[in-house]
Design a protein around this ligand. Structure first.
Ligand code: TRP
Length: 325
C-alpha cells in the first residue's frame, strides 16, 4: 500500500500525539511504501514566526527521525520543496465546490480561534491537503479524527476531477489513528492532553528529566489516597495510572496492585522515573541529530528528490488532461 501523511511543523510532540501518530508511522513504514512530509505550507495558514520557521521545520524533522522514522524505509521531505503540489492545488481548486470549504469544521474552528486572520489560505487548506495526497495516488492516509472530513473532501475532489477529465486519481481511504487509551491533561484530567495548552499540562517526549519530574509531581490528583482506576471519580489518578500502564506495558489492574500500599507521591515518583527512562533514547537521538543539521538537510533533500519524481509524473498527466500542456 502507498501511505501518505503530513505533520505540521509547529508545536511539541506530547505523549498523546506520539501514541496516536508517530508510533504508528514507525510501524507502517516496515510493510508499506510510506511518504511522510513536514507540512510547512499548512503551517503558515495560522499565525507563526517567520524568522524562526526554518529552524522549527528542521526541528520537527529531527523529532520524527528521533522517534524512529527511517529514511531508508520511507520518503521524508518538506512539503514546500515539491512545487508540483502547489501547482496541483490550483488545478484541484478549480473543481472544488467553494461551499464545501466553508462547511469544514476545522476551518470554522480556526476562524473562530484567529478571528483577525481568516485568510483564504485557511479556507483552501483542505485543497492543499488533497493535492498532498492525490499527487502520489495514495491508498491510505493515516490521520487523527479531526482530519477525517478533509479526507472525505479529498475523495470528493478526486471524484469530480475524474468525472470531468477522465480516470486520473485514486480515491484514498483514511486510516484513523486513535489509540483506545486517551491521554488527558495533567492539570484538567477530564480534558484531552493538548499541545495548545500550557507546557505544564502535557509531557513532551523530548522533555528533560527534570521537567518530566516536575510536571508529574505537580499533576492534579484527587482527594483520597488510594491508587485506583476510576475515571469518573478519580480522573487525575486514573489518567496517571493509564499513562503508567501504556508506557510500562503492564495492565492497569496490575499497576494498581503494585501500588496498593503506596501513596500518591510514591506512585508519581515511579511514574516520572518510568517516563524519563522510556524517552531517554528519543531525547538523546534528537540532541545528536540537532548537532548535525547538515545531515538532516541531506535526508530531506534526498527525500524531496524521490518525491519529486513521483509528483512530476502525476502533474504531467494532469496538465495533459486539463488541456494546458
Ligand atoms: N492537516 C494535517 C494535520 O493538521 C496535516 C496534513 C497536511 C496532512 N497535509 C496532509 C495529513 C496530507 C495527511 C495527509 O494534522
Amino acid at each position: 500500500m502507498r501511505i501518505v501523511t503530513g505533520i505540521r511543523p509547529t508545536g511539541p510532540l506530547h505523549i498523546g500525539n506520539y501514541l496516536n501518530t508517530v508510533k504508528h508511522y514507525v510501524e507502517l513504514q516496515n510493510n508499506n511504501e510510506c511518504i511522510f512530509f513536514i507540512a510547512d505550507l499548512h503551517g503558515i495558514t495560522t499565525p507563526y514566526q517567520a524568522t524562526t520557521y526554518r529552524k522549527e521545520i528542521l526541528e520537527k524533522a529531527a523529532d520524527v527521525l528521533a522517534t524512529g522514522i527511517d529514511p531508508q524505509k520511507c520518503i521524508l521531505y518538506v512539503q514546500s520543496e515539491i512545487k508540483e503540489i502547489t501547482e496541483l492545488t490550483w488545478f484541484l481548486a478549480c473543481v472544488t465546490p467553494a461551499g464545501d470549504l466553508r462547511r469544514m469544521t476545522q476551518f470554522k474552528e480556526k476562524a473562530r480561534k484567529h478571528p483577525k486572520n481568516v485568510n483564504a489560505g485557511l479556507l483552501n487548506y483542505p485543497i492543499l491537503m488533497a493535492a498532498d495526497i492525490l499527487i502520489y495516488k495514495a491508498d491510505l492516509v493515516p490521520v487523527g479524527k479531526d482530519q477525517k472530513q478533509h479526507i472525505e473532501l479529498t475523495r470528493t475532489i478526486a471524484r469530480k476531477f475524474n468525472k470531468q477529465f477522465g480516470e486520473t486519481f485514486k480515491l484514498p481511504k483514511p486510516l484513523i489513528l486513535e489509540s483506545s487509551a486517551k491521554i488527558m491533561s495533567l492539570k484538567e484530567p477530564k480534558k484531552k492532553m493538548s499541545k495548545s495548552d500550557p507546557p505544564e499540562t502535557y509531557i513532551s517526549i523530548f522533555d528533560e528529566p527534570e521537567a518530566i519530574k516536575k510536571k508529574i509531581m505537580s499533576a492534579v490528583t484527587d482527594t483520597g489516597r488510594s491508587i485506583k482506576y476510576d475515571p469518573k471519580k478519580k480522573a487525575g489518578i486514573s489518567n496517571l495510572l493509564n499513562i503508567y500502564s501504556i508506557f510500562s506495558d503492564i495492565p492497569i489492574k496490575e499497576v494498581e496492585k503494585k501500588f496498593t500500599k503506596k501513596g500518591y507521591a510514591d506512585f508519581k515518583k515511579a511514574l516520572a522515573k518510568l517516563l524519563i527512562k522510556k524517552f531517554e533514547p528519543f531525547r538523546r537521538k534528537k540532541k545528536d541529530l540537532l548537532s548535525r543539521e547538515v545531515y538532516i538537510e541531506e535526508i530531506l533533500e534526498q527525500g524531496a528528490k524521490k518525491a519529486k519524481v513521483l509528483a512530476q509524473s502525476t502533474i504531467e498527466e494532469v496538465r495533459k488532461k486539463i488541456g494546458i500542456i
